[in-house]
Design a protein around this ligand. Structure first.
Ligand SMILES: N[C@@H](CCC(=O)N[C@@H](CS)C(=O)NCC(=O)O)C(=O)O
Length: 201
């Protein structure tokens, strides 16, 4: 069975949500930032969350885990195939959720919680914040009033993008998410699979 090293509010939410949508069984193990277990450190020496074990396989990238699970446990409509309209959007937003949005948040979170007081409001923090806000607006503009980012249906790309609303809380920029984008995310959060995944401690 998949073992997902999880911390509530971390990107492991993406992986749990996907498993819940697909009905793929998984177990979780605690992945604490502050007191990482020896087991977690062995699976992920970087100590970033999530990590995943599947037999001899171990992984440390949330979006790659989603692709792995869809390939191994699919077929699933959460994936868009190359012959389908929306394939390029699917790939783009699947990656953009991490590379274009959440990844910019890590140094912002680090600065907020760990930088000395006189360095919390530095040029780089302002730059990162404006980089995320600009990219959130890009997604909001492209999305318009559509319910999904790709292929006119709910896909893993929506899971990837929606995580930013959780990550933004830690970065202190929750209030900067454009209202239309937040409405799209709130709607996704009504899905029973999301509700179950978000409740996992
Ligand atoms: N690209 C990685 C990022 C993982 C990541 O940075 N996770 C955060 C928690 S959501 C973390 O562990 N941050 C602590 C750190 O960067 O040391 C992924 O998507 O899995």
């Amino acid at each position: 069975m998949l073992k997902i090293y999880h911390s509530q509010g971390a990107r492991s939410l993406r992986v749990l949500w996907l498993c819940e949508e697909m009905g793929v069984p998984y177990e979780t193990a605690e992945a604490s930032f502050f007191k990482p277990s020896d087991e977690f450190k062995a699976v992920n020496p970087l100590r970033t969350v999530p990590a995943m074990k599947d037999g001899d396989v171990s992984m440390i990238e949330s979006v790659a885990m989603m692709i792995y699970i869809m390939s191994k446990h699919g077929p699933t409509d959460l994936e868009v195939r190359p012959h389908e309209a929306g394939y390029a959007d699917y790939l783009q937003y699947l990656m953009f959720g991490e590379a274009g949005l959440a990844a910019y948040g890590n140094p912002l979170v680090g600065t907020r919680y760990m930088a000395p007081d006189d360095q919390k409001q530095n040029w780089t923090a302002d730059y990162l914040k404006s980089a995320i806000v600009k990219r959130l607006q890009f997604v909001a503009d492209r999305l318009g009033d559509k319910p999904y980012v790709a292929a006119d249906r709910f896909t893993a790309a929506d899971i990837s993008i929606a995580y930013i609303a959780t990550g933004a809380k830690f970065a202190g920029i929750e209030g900067d998410i454009p209202a239309s984008l937040m409405r799209y995310i709130e709607k996704l959060r009504e899905r029973p699979a999301y509700v179950r995944a978000a409740a996992v401690k």
